[in-house]
Design a protein. Structure first.
Length: 267
C-alpha cells in the first residue's frame, strides 16, 4: 500500500469571507494535487475565519450538507483530492466548531464536532460535541479527526489509538504562547499512540489572537516528517502504512497497557 501524500494548508484565509476562502481552497487543492497529494488538510475554522464575533459565527454557520459542503465536494472531485476543512456547523439552533472530510470523489465521509472548547470565546460561540472518536477509511488508512484543543487531552488520542486510527487529522488555531504544543506535544502524541498526526494551524494576527503556524506531520516513530514556518505555506508529508506497521510491531505501548489500573481516569 503506497504512502498517503498529504498537503497541509497553513493559512488563516480571509476573516468572514467564505467565498474568498473557498477560492483559496480551490487554488490550494490544485497545487496539492499537482504536488502528488491525495489529501489536503486545512486549519480550524478555515471556511469563515476564527476571530469573529459570536453573532457573526452564528450567521456564517452552515449545515454539514450545506452550500459550502457542496462547493468543497466539487473542489475535491475536480482536482481528485480528499479535503478536510474546518468550519462552523449549524444544526438547527445549535452551532458547533466542526471539521468535515470529503473524499476525492466529492462524497462526504465524516463530520466531527470539537469536544473540548478552549476559553470563554469558544464556550460562548459553540456547543461542544459529544462523540470523541470519528473515523473514515481513506486510501487504505483509518483516518480520525480532532480539532485543536482536543489533541491536548491524552485520553482523547488514546481512544483513537484503541479504535484503530492510523492517521489523526487535527485542524487547529494554535496561538501564542502555546507553540510548544506544535513543537513538542504533537510528536509525542504520535509516538505514544503509534499513529500519524497532521496538525494544521492558522498563522499571523487575527483579532485578539496571534496564531503561530508551525503546522506539522508527525509519525509514530516520534519524528516530525514535515514542519511549516510561521507564515502562509502549503507543505507536504507522507503517512506510510509500512512504517506504521513496523513501528507498531516494535513499540509495545498499546500491548503493555494495564486497563484495570486506569479506572480513576474516568472519575
Amino acid at each position: 500500500m503506497p504512502p498517503l501524500r498529504t498537503a497541509l494548508l497553513q493559512s488563516s484565509g480571509r476573516l468572514g469571507d467564505t467565498a474568498e476562502n473557498l477560492k483559496e481552497l480551490d487554488e490550494a487543492a490544485a497545487r496539492a494535487a499537482q504536488g502528488g497529494a491525495g489529501l489536503l488538510v486545512t486549519s480550524e475554522m478555515f471556511l469563515t475565519g476564527y476571530a469573529l464575533e459570536v453573532e457573526e459565527i452564528a450567521g456564517l454557520a452552515e449545515p454539514a450538507d450545506g452550500e459550502s459542503a457542496h462547493a468543497i465536494g466539487g473542489i475535491a472531485r475536480r482536482h481528485g483530492i480528499a479535503v478536510l476543512y474546518g468550519y462552523p456547523e449549524r444544526d438547527g439552533d445549535t452551532v458547533y466548531n466542526a471539521a468535515q472530510l470529503v473524499g476525492a470523489d466529492g462524497v462526504r465521509l465524516a463530520n466531527y464536532r470539537k469536544t473540548h472548547l478552549f476559553g470563554c470565546f469558544e464556550q460562548e460561540a459553540f456547543t461542544p460535541g459529544d462523540t470523541p472518536v470519528v473515523q473514515a477509511d481513506l486510501n487504505g488508512l483509518r483516518v480520525g479527526i480532532m480539532i485543536c484543543y482536543d489533541v491536548e487531552f491524552p485520553e482523547n488520542v488514546r481512544a483513537h489509538a484503541l479504535a484503530g486510527t492510523d492517521f489523526l487529522l487535527v485542524p487547529t488555531a494554535q496561538m501564542h504562547p502555546f507553540q510548544f504544543v506544535a513543537e513538542q506535544l504533537v510528536p509525542v502524541r504520535a509516538f505514544e499512540n503509534q499513529m500519524y498526526i497532521a496538525y494544521v494551524n492558522r498563522t499571523g494576527p487575527e483579532g485578539e489572537f496571534e496564531f503561530v503556524g508551525l503546522s506539522c506531520l508527525a509519525s509514530p516513530d516520534g519524528a516530525t516528517r514535515t514542519r511549516a514556518g510561521r507564515g502562509e505555506e502549503l507543505v507536504f508529508g507522507e503517512a506510510d502504512p509500512e512504517l506504521l506497521a513496523a513501528s507498531r510491531e516494535n513499540n509495545p505501548y498499546l500491548r503493555d497497557r494495564r486497563p484495570g489500573l486506569y479506572a480513576s481516569l474516568v472519575v
